[in-house]
Design a protein around this ligand. Structure first.
Ligand SMILES: NC(=O)c1ccc[n+]([C@@H]2O[C@H](COP(=O)([O-])OP(=O)(O)OC[C@H]3O[C@@H](n4cnc5c(N)ncnc54)[C@H](O)[C@@H]3O)[C@@H](O)[C@H]2O)c1
Length: 246
């Protein structure tokens, strides 16, 4: 039985706690959120769960692993503390808000022999696995380029921009599909609603063999689009994640 501690009981974190609570072989022993109302809601929803008001208190519980779904700017510190306390960690995207922190945590997890998993959920999506098979079996032919759009109106965040909020999904998906790292990356964005927090970002990745990927991210857009298009020499494939009937 894996004993979990969860952090962040907001819109998404509530789902994370619920899923761990419902998972066979797993028990959520404790949870932590700064908001007392969220803690009260958790204790009435999951009787037996200990809702605490600090991360230090969470780590004092008898838990094997921590799942972190608090705001992005807390991920680095909470992950670091959890690893150093000997726990395995699941942390929501965006993993960290800079590369140096991400590399440091990866090295720390290796050194301490701990599991460190980031919530790149598309890597587990059955459609993405099907696309991977279409690519690796050669059915699409050599890949020319990929583009994806992850745009909608709201939810506007104040602690991360549209790139940090959305791009981890597309970047993790594209790297998983291609099985390679880009040789060149560039991103352009603009902030309209809050100073210094980009609402719309265009991200380009270039790979060996002239493969190119382009990602459009925005929470300031009239359309809700979650679509990835892969263009190969023989065939093309479209994954429309907003199309629920196909
Ligand atoms: N994988 C996905 O598809 C997906 C979807 C949505 C959100 N997320 C990620 O999940 C994380 C949380 O997003 P959300 O939508 O639940 O946000 P949210 O704002 O709805 O909830 C954040 C929660 O964290 C609590 N909190 C704030 N600061 C805290 C702190 N210092 N310590 C402990 N708790 C604190 C707040 O009280 C709130 O309950 C973000 O990293 C977000 O990017 C992932």
């Amino acid at each position: 039985m894996v004993r979990m501690g969860t952090v962040g009981l907001g819109a998404w974190g509530w789902n994370v706690t619920r899923n761990f609570a419902e998972l066979k072989g797993c028990r959520v022993a404790a949870c932590f959120d700064l908001d007392p109302q969220k803690r009260d809601a958790a204790t009435s929803n999951w009787p037996g769960i200990h809702a605490v008001d600090s991360f230090e208190k969470l780590l004092r519980h008898d838990i094997d692993a921590v799942a972190i779904a608090s705001p992005a700017n807390t991920h680095y510190e909470f992950t670091r503390m959890a690893l150093l306390s000997g726990r395995d960690v699941f942390v929501e995207k965006p993993f960290t808000l800079n590369v140096r922190h991400a590399e440091e945590l990866g090295e720390l997890a290796d050194k301490l022999n701990r599991v460190l998993m980031v919530g790149h959920l598309l890597e587990y999506h059955p459609v993405v696995h099907r696309l991977k098979t279409l690519i690796s079996s050669g059915e699409l032919g050599p890949i020319y380029y990929i583009y994806s759009q992850r745009v909608n109106l709201g939810r506007i965040r104040g602690d991360e921009n549209a790139l940090w909020s959305f791009a981890p999904h597309d970047v993790s998906q594209i790297l998983f599909l291609l099985g390679m790292e880009p040789t060149n990356v560039s991103a352009r964005g603009q902030s309209y609603i809050q100073d210094g927090i980009e609402d719309v970002v265009f991200l380009s990745l270039f790979f060996d063999n002239r493969i190119m990927a382009h990602i459009h991210l925005s929470w300031l857009d009239p359309h809700k689009v979650r679509r990835t298009t892969i263009v190969g020499q023989n065939k093309m494939a479209v994954f429309d994640d907003a199309e629920t009937t196909e």
